[in-house]
Design a protein around this ligand. Structure first.
Ligand code: MEV
Length: 431
């Protein structure tokens, strides 16, 4: 078992073939987590009704999804087991497989900006929008001080409002507007509460200075000051398949990815594939996946034309070089990450200790997921692998249990008929 410098490993041989219980035990052991984390990760009552009732309104129950573990991830030389909550077959398998290929080539390399969020304060129809803008910029220090007086915990941790920006929209459907942005370092929080409170606090003074009323006071999910980046470089040999040599696969991935750069129809699907991985980790760690989705797609359209969030190039020695950059407003303190026992256990399992570290691992997973899809699309097509995994679902729907599931799945794939009807027939044959 190859371990990183901290003695952790994300390689667990034979995980796929174990029972759910044995898998959980193996994962806990590899992550160095005690048994008490097991129940929270097992699901089935992990979120007590009373806790759920306190989280949202009109609660009538809880809703479960499969929680899988992506293996093989090495990010900046450190090993991570990655929890993924997702309903789609093949997502966890593809991420793990691509992470295994990457691992042999040094894994993923990531970086991130300081966790700076934006809040917007909307000033309506000032008589002199440009004058209002300059008066607000001149009051920068006063406004920052008002904002920071709201959150002594955040400022005590070295965070808080660090700057302001002011933008004029001279022509909107509702007349001229001046928009003040508070830029707030939210440390290890997602930050929505902190920045919304600050925006509401500065609003009366903003209205006074601008000489016009304020309406909206809310964060922007286009968290473009909180970007995360991931990179992977794979030698062509790592991508060789039964049918194609590595250089052909590299060219295939680059060709497939190029369409997403220029064509929004393809970019939407390409980015959806990236978000398959990202959302699953965001959800498993109790973070706000709608915020991540909103930020990702707005960032993908920042030039005015929706494009791919990743780029795939051919580098030195014919290596496939993949890069991904997007906003990543995830936190470790507050929200469901703090209250949901499974989310807490998932964070412990990953072993991340800061929001930035979490964000960087998530970006690596997004890039791995993207590569998995592109590699399949550029070689045998997506359906073969997808159907093989989907066949297990179909087998279960047809009534297979235990080891019948894999036997029936294999039989319907071999027959080229992944249907419940065929699965029932196969089940009758083997029972
Ligand atoms: C399916 O969930 C995701 C893919 O469509 C992504 C892609 O096409 O790149 C396979």
């Amino acid at each position: 078992m190859v371990k990183d410098n901290d003695g952790r490993t994300s390689r667990i041989a034979g995980l796929r073939d174990m029972t759910v219980e044995a898998r959980r035990a193996a994962v806990l052991a590899a992550a160095g987590l005690p048994e008490d984390a097991s129940a929270a990760l097992a699901g089935g009552g992990a979120l007590p009704k009373a806790l759920a009732d306190g989280m949202i309104e009109n609660v009538i129950g809880t809703f479960e999804l499969p929680l899988g573990i992506a293996t093989n991830f090495t990010v900046n030389g450190r090993d991570y087991l990655v929890p993924m909550a997702v309903e789609e077959p093949s997502v966890v398998a593809a991420a793990s497989y691509m992470a295994r290929l990457a691992r042999g080539a040094g894994g993923f390399h990531t970086s991130s900006d300081a966790p700076v969020m934006r809040a917007q304060v909307q000033v309506l129809r000032p008589a002199d929008p440009q004058g209002a803008r300059q008066r607000l910029l001149a009051a920068r220090d006063e406004l920052i001080a008002i904002a920071n007086a709201q959150d002594s915990v955040l400022t005590g941790l070295g965070g808080g409002c660090i700057d302001i920006e002011v933008q004029v929209f001279s022509d909107t459907p509702a007349g001229a507007m001046v928009i003040l942005h508070l830029l707030v370092d939210v440390r290890d929080a997602m930050g929505a509460n902190a920045v919304n409170t600050m925006a509401e606090a500065v609003a009366p003074r903003v209205a006074e200075i601008a000489g016009a009323p304020v309406r909206l006071r809310i964060l922007s999910n286009l968290a473009d000051r909180r970007l995360v980046r991931a990179r992977v470089e794979l030698p062509p040999e790592a991508l060789t398949t039964e049918a194609l040599d590595g250089a052909e696969v590299v060219q295939g991935v680059v060709d497939a990815a190029a369409l997403a750069v220029v064509d929004p129809y393809r970019a939407a699907t390409h980015n959806k594939g990236i978000m398959n991985g990202i959302d699953a980790v965001v959800l498993a760690t109790g973070n706000d996946w709608r915020a991540i989705e909103a930020g990702a797609h707005a960032y993908a359209a920042r030039s005015g034309r929706y494009t791919s969030l990743s780029r795939w190039e051919i580098g030195a020695g014919g290596a496939l070089v993949g890069t991904l950059e997007l906003p990543m407003a995830v936190g470790l303190v507050g929200g469901a990450t703090k209250t949901h026992p499974a989310a807490q256990a998932a964070v412990r399992l990953m072993g991340v200790t800061s929001a930035r570290e979490l964000a960087e691992v998530i970006a690596a997973v997004g890039l791995a997921q993207n590569l998995g899809a592109l590699r399949a699309l550029a070689t045998e097509g997506i359906q073969k692998g997808h159907m093989t995994l989907h066949a297990r679902n179909i087998a279960i729907l047809a009534g297979a249990t235990g080891d019948q599931v894999d036997r029936v799945a294999a039989a319907i794939v071999a027959a080229g008929a992944v249907t419940v009807e065929r699965a029932r027939a196969e089940l009758r044959d083997i029972s």
